[in-house]
Design a protein around this ligand. Structure first.
Ligand code: GLC
Length: 751
């Protein structure tokens, strides 16, 4: 299809019509040019295909589909292959429901554990999120269904998300809030992006040219389509010029007309409209070419897959005395409504009508006769069964309490106000622990919780909101059929007050100041050497592993060299299992830019039989060592020594090595902040030193006598920070002398 010919043959009105949706889910068709409409649906962990939505006022219905684990659970898998499989399965379901675009994945960072939508996001770490999102996108798009990575960008709270202004410095954006989108676009090759509701540094995301054109399109090479979040449009023409293609859901023609009028009046260049329309037509063509209406979704196969996937995501947080897995013949009681009716997805646009739900109580029947007492529900205590539960626990060998966060505690549209479990659940745990020391708690929550009674809990299994098969997966793990292998993709802090966004998170009606910069999650807690409840990357197994034989391909590298690191891992236990080997990098040089003590730069998940040894390889490059330098508007790997830490949690890094990196020095910033120290660090050129020496003799003189040492120390530090222009105050230096030094340095900079 010659798209430019179609554009040439379209009227201005037809072109403008393509810049907004037909209705809640469909793009517009252009009959005269045989341009079809394509359909979008949420995502991101289940296909929420609606019917009866085409005309306003109708009551839409949602088709049933398989609910897979939410992103918070998937993030804990640390498994690219698994995410690719999830994307593929979702692509199959989208195709079977004639959906061409799935609105996901959501890759926003978990800046605070309070964000109501954290269940829909992967992690507090941009590298992990980007790797997993790219894999999901590749899987989904392999089925001919377009991903739509969201919400671009810096949408990290629900409170007043449609107007709040995220105020974020560029380095923090580049290092924390953009990389996952960058990976989704560059590695995942996402065909579409959804801009967020919020403003970013004063400009709505939908019309933020720096974001949608300079970064997304020009730097990252994105040539797909940007759609708004639903209702996120502000100024339609400014958005079009900034790089936004389609306003969703629909503007009832209003903003289409704005476009026509703006072109007619000369305010909007028609060539820009044609460019946006070309991107939209190309995307429509790709999506429509993948459309197949002859496929049926094998829901049963997908449900089984969802159960296996959930089993790969669950995180075994505690297992004192090896209380898990439960043993045959034990007298077991399940307590809490989630055992018979689990919470397995979040509230809001991602909430789907699932095909079936498998509670743990039902699934456990294949393993053991389990007693069940409700004791409490999402609404609170169940007085009829409260005492019964305590008595059953007392008589049992093991009590398993199913707890977690009710939907009223977290959802799209609002944020949490605390990190606690409901009081009645803590009271239940306390009451059970008082009569039964063999206590296991299974959690169903979309984001971290603090646990008042953590010391009374021997076994703690974090299932997150793991989709419709969560109960089956929980039973498979509790009874040992599945060996848990998930790792926390976010820190569980000891207290909300320990989080760097506390106390003003989601308080201000108009502004969100990211004053903690890049220090979110473990980047903060580790740099502050703070205790946490459970660290990023933590997760136990029913077997044990040992890392050894760390090898590195070079002791010294230049900034553009790649570096290979390998380590052997052995299963030292008696049953097969999977482990996630994590690689973190920390800078050991004199840090003048400020950076977290260490950051995740590699992870690999491997399966090992008992006694088996495997070698795991990591491939590092400049970006692995670099920070974003806003003065050169690029990533810069600074010279110096770096430590490479390898382990199975951000706080369990038993093997490490170091590497010396030699980088070309940054060009000197030849302005009035240039200090003598900067010059001495940048060059030892004899001519420069000869020019400088008389100017600074006051600071480098011979400090003999008793106080000489102190003076010498003080003056050498002062010299380091002495702006070149200040030497005039301490020596007979003329402006010409100083200009001569600047001129010389300009020539050195260019070399
Ligand atoms: C919602 C969400 C977005 C979703 C869209 C369509 O407001 O923010 O994630 O895809 O609208 O339901």
């Amino acid at each position: 299809m010659d798209l430019w010919q179609i554009i040439h043959d379209m009227t201005l009105e037809e072109k403008a019509s393509l810049c907004s949706g037909e209705n809640n889910w469909d793009t517009k068709a252009v009959e005269s040019q045989a341009v079809p409409s394509i359909r979008m649906s949420d995502g991101p962990h289940g296909v929420r295909r609606q019917d009866n939505y085409q005309t306003r006022g109708e009551k839409p219905t949602t088709r049933p589909s398989v609910c897979f684990p939410v992103a918070a659970a998937l993030g804990a898998s640390f498994d690219r292959v698994l995410l690719n499989r999830v994307g593929t399965l979702l692509g199959e379901e989208a195709l079977a429901n004639d959906v061409q675009v799935l609105l996901g994945p959501g890759v926003n960072m978990k800046r605070s554990p309070l964000c109501g939508r954290n269940f829909e996001y992967y992690s507090e770490d941009p590298f992990l999120t980007g790797e997993l999102a790219a894999a999901y996108i590749q899987g989904l798009q392999s089925q001919g269904v377009s991903a739509c990575v969201k919400h671009f960008a810096a949408n990290n709270q629900e409170y007043r998300r449609m107007s709040a202004d995220s105020i974020v410095d560029e380095r923090t954006l580049r290092e924390i809030y953009l990389p996952a989108f960058e990976a989704a676009v560059r590695q995942g090759r996402a065909h579409s992006v959804m801009c967020s509701y919020n403003r970013l540094n004063g400009t709505y995301a939908c019309e933020n040219e720096w974001l949608l054109t300079d970064v997304l399109r020009e730097e990252w090479g994105f040539n797909g389509v940007v759609v708004t979040d639903w209702g996120a449009m502000n100024d339609r023409c400014r958005a079009l010029e900034a790089g936004l293609n389609i306003e969703m859901p629909s503007s009832n023609g209003v903003t289409d007309k704005n476009i026509v009028d703006a072109v007619r009046s000369g305010k909007l260049d028609e060539a820009m409209l044609d460019k946006r329309v070309y991107e939209t037509l190309r995307w429509t063509e790709w999506c429509y070419s993948g459309r197949r209406t002859d496929t049926e979704t094998p829901y049963d196969r997908h449900d089984l897959a969802a159960r296996a996937i959930a089993g790969e995501c669950a995180v075994l947080l505690k297992n004192e005395d090896g209380i898990l897995p439960l043993a045959d013949g034990q007298k077991i009681v399940f307590i809490g409504e989630y055992a018979e009716s689990p919470r397995f997805q979040g509230g809001g646009s991602s909430h789907i009508t699932c095909t079936k739900v498998t509670p743990a109580l039902e699934a456990s029947a294949e393993y053991a006769d389990v007693e069940y007492v409700r004791m409490f529900t999402d609404e609170g205590r169940d007085d009829k069964t409260w005492d019964m539960a305590i008595s059953a626990a007392e008589k049992a060998d093991v009590a398993v309490v199913f707890a977690g966060l009710p939907t009223s505690y977290e959802s799209e549209g609002f944020d949490r106000s605390h990190l606690n479990l409901p009081d009645y659940q803590e009271e239940a745990i306390e009451a059970i622990a008082a009569v039964q020391p063999n206590l296991v708690v299974v959690l169903h929550n979309g984001s971290p919780v603090t646990l008042r009674n953590i010391d009374k809990i021997k076994g703690l299994l974090e299932m997150y909101l793991a989709g419709q098969a969560v109960g089956g997966a929980a039973a498979d793990i509790l009874f040992g059929k599945v060996n848990p292998s998930g790792k926390l993709a976010e820190t569980f802090p000891l207290r909300l007050e320990d989080n760097p966004t506390y106390p003003d998170y989601a308080k201000n009606k108009t502004e969100v100041r990211y004053s903690e910069g890049q220090y979110i999650g473990y980047r903060y807690y580790d740099s502050r050497n703070m205790d946490v409840l459970f660290p990023f990357g933590h997760g136990l197994s029913y077997t044990s592993f040992k890392l050894k034989n760390l090898r590195i391909s070079a002791e010294k590298i230049k900034e553009d060299d790649s570096l290979t690191v390998s380590v052997d891992i052995k299963n030292t236990g008696v049953r097969a299992g999977k482990e996630v080997i994590q690689l973190y990098i920390g800078y050991d040089g004199e840090d003048h830019v400020g950076r977290p003590v260490r950051q995740l730069k590699g992870f690999e998940k491997v399966r090992l039989e008992p006694g088996e040894i495997k070698t795991v390889m990591f491939y590092l490059d400049k970006r692995s060592f670099a920070y974003y330098n806003t003065e050169i508007s690029d990533w810069y790997a600074e010279s110096g020594r770096y430590t490479i830490y390898i382990g199975t949690s951000s706080r369990d890094l038993p093997v490490k090595c170091s590497v010396e990196l030699v980088a070309k020095p940054l060009p000197l910033k030849l302005d009035d902040t240039l200090t003598v120290g900067d010059i001495l660090e940048f060059t030892d050129d004899r001519e420069v030193l000869e020019k400088l020496s008389p100017m600074v003799s006051r600071f480098t003189g011979d400090f003999s006598g008793l106080d000489g040492k102190e003076h010498r120390q003080m003056f050498s530090h002062m010299l380091d920070g002495l702006p070149l222009h200040s030497v005039k105050s301490f020596s007979n230096t003329t402006d010409e002398d100083i200009e001569a030094v600047y001129e010389f340095l300009r020539r050195l900079n260019e070399q």
